[in-house]
Design a binder for this molecule. Sequence first.
Ligand code: NAG
Ligand code: NAG
Ligand code: NAG
Ligand code: NAG
Ligand code: NAG
Ligand code: NAG
Length: 452
Amino acid sequence: MLLPSPWSLFKGSLVALLAAPAYAITLDISSEESIKSAASISAKAMMSYYKGNLPGHIPGAFASKWWEGGALFLATLQYWHFTGDTTYNEETRIGMQWQAGDDNFYPSNYSAYLGNDDQMFWGLAGMTAAELKFADDSTGYSWLSLAQGVFNAQIDRWDTTACDGGMRWQIHSWESGYTLKNSISNGGLFQLAARLARYTGDSLYTEWANKIWNWSANSPLLNNSTWNVADSTEMENDCATQGDTQWSYNYGTYMMGAAYMYNYTNGSSTWLKAVDGLLNKTFDHFIVNGVLKEVTCEPSEECNDNEILFKGLVSSWLSFTALLVPSTYDRILTKLQNSAKAAALSCTGHSNNTCGVRWYLSKYDGWMGMEEEIAATNIFVANMIAFSNSAPVTSTTGGNSTSNTNAGKTNETSDYVMSTITSGDKAGAAILAVVLTVGAMASMGWLVMGSD
Ligand SMILES: *[C@@H]1O[C@H](CO)[C@@H](O)[C@H](O)[C@H]1NC(C)=O
Ligand SMILES: *[C@@H]1O[C@H](CO)[C@@H](O)[C@H](O)[C@H]1NC(C)=O
Ligand SMILES: *[C@@H]1O[C@H](CO)[C@@H](O)[C@H](O)[C@H]1NC(C)=O
Ligand SMILES: *[C@@H]1O[C@H](CO)[C@@H](O)[C@H](O)[C@H]1NC(C)=O
Ligand SMILES: *[C@@H]1O[C@H](CO)[C@@H](O)[C@H](O)[C@H]1NC(C)=O
Ligand SMILES: *[C@@H]1O[C@H](CO)[C@@H](O)[C@H](O)[C@H]1NC(C)=O
C-alpha cells in the first residue's frame, strides 16, 4: 500500500470539509437498524475488493496475501450471522471450499510460502462457520472438519528442537522467521484448540489448549502475572529473549481462547483471571481515549496491510468474549460502541464512504483498502451483540457441522526437504532462499517480520 499523495490528501480533506455530512456513515449506536446499515455499507466496500467471484479469477485467492482471505471470510460470516443479510454467503462458501486444500486449508498453490499463522486464520474461519451455524456444504468439506484439519496439521508441527516446545512462526526452513516462535501462531492455535474443545467436547482439544497455554506462559511470549504479550522469541538462544513489539491481536487471540476455556469449563476461576488480565491489558494498551488504536503503527502511519486488520480482528474477539464471559460484557460493549462511533466518522472518504485507518481521529485520514473496510465492518458487526444474544453454538446446542477427527492428516515430509541440508550446501541453500523470498515476501509472516 502506498502513502496517499499530498494532493489526494488535500483533495480528501477538501471533500470532507465541503461535503462530509452527505457522505458520512451516520451511526446511531443505540439503533439496531443504524448499525446494520453502517455494516452493510462497509461490507459492500470490502467486497468490492474481492474478485474471486468474477470470470477468470480464483475463488478465495489472494495470491500475494493469502491469509487475508481468511480474514475476509471471518468478516462475511460474522456479518451474515449478526445482521441476517445473506448477500455474501455464496461467495463465502465457494471461496472457503476452493481454498480448502486437503481438508486443512493448505492448498498447494500457496503452501510453499505459508506460515503457521496464515493457515491458522483460515482454520478460525472454518471454526466460526461451524459455531455460527453456517450450513455445511453438501458436496464439500464440513466447516468443523476444516478447523480440525488445520488443528491436526499444526500439532504435527509442534516443535521440540528448542525451547521445550511451541509452534514455529514459519512452516518451512527457507522462510525468514523459521527460527522464531511467536504469539500469533501459538496463541492462534491455542484459540483454535479451545474453540474445538468447547464445540466438540473432545478431551484431545482441551489437552492441547492447556499444553499450548502452559508452554506460552513458560516462554517469554505470555506473562501470566503482568499479562504482557510479546510478539516473538528466538529459538537460536533457546527462547531466552523476546521481541516485545506490541500488537493488539497477540493479546486478543490469547484472550479469546481463554474466554472459550472459561465458558467451556462452566466458569473456571483460573480462566476468568486470564480473561480479565488480558482484557485489562488490551484496554490499557490499545484503547486510547475510548477508541481502539494500533499504537505501534498508527501514529506514525506505518501500518502495513496485516497490521490494519489487527484491531478489526480484536473487535470481533472482544464481542465474542463479551458473550462467553458475561461479567465482561458491560466493560467491553462501552469500548466497542465508542470505537464504532469513531470508525463511522472515519468513513467519509472519496464521496463514497471509504473508511480510513485511524479511527481515533474521528475523520477520514486518506488511506483506502480492503483491510480498512474489513476492520470497519468488524467493529460495526461487533456492536450487534447489544441486540442479538446469539453466542457461538456447540455440537450440543444446535451446531450440526460434521466432525472428522482425522481431517487434514497428510504426509508433509516433502516440505521438510530443506532441513536435511548439510553445512557444505549452505551456499546453494542461500541462493534458493533468495529465490523463494520472492514468494515469502508475499506471506503474512514476511510482512510482520519487517515491522518487528
Ligand atoms: C470510492 O472512491 C475511490 C476513489 O474514486 C475508489 O478508488 C474506490 O474504489 C471507491 N470505493 C467504492 C466502494 O466504490
Ligand atoms: C491453483 O492454481 C491454478 C492455476 O492457476 C488454478 O486453476 C487453481 O484454481 C488454483 N487453486 C487454488 C486453491 O487457488
Ligand atoms: C444443520 O443446521 C443448518 C443451520 O441451522 C441447517 O440449515 C441444516 O439443514 C442442518 N443440517 C442438517 C443435516 O440437519
Ligand atoms: C458444564 O456443565 C454442563 C451442564 O451442567 C455439564 O454437562 C458439563 O459436563 C460441564 N462441563 C465441564 C467441562 O465441567
Ligand atoms: C481488571 O480490571 C477490572 C476492572 O477495572 C478489575 O476489577 C480487575 O481486578 C482487573 N483484573 C485483573 C486480573 O487485572
Ligand atoms: C457461556 O456462554 C453462554 C452463551 O453466551 C452464556 O449463556 C453462559 O452464561 C456462559 N457460561 C458461563 C459460565 O459464563
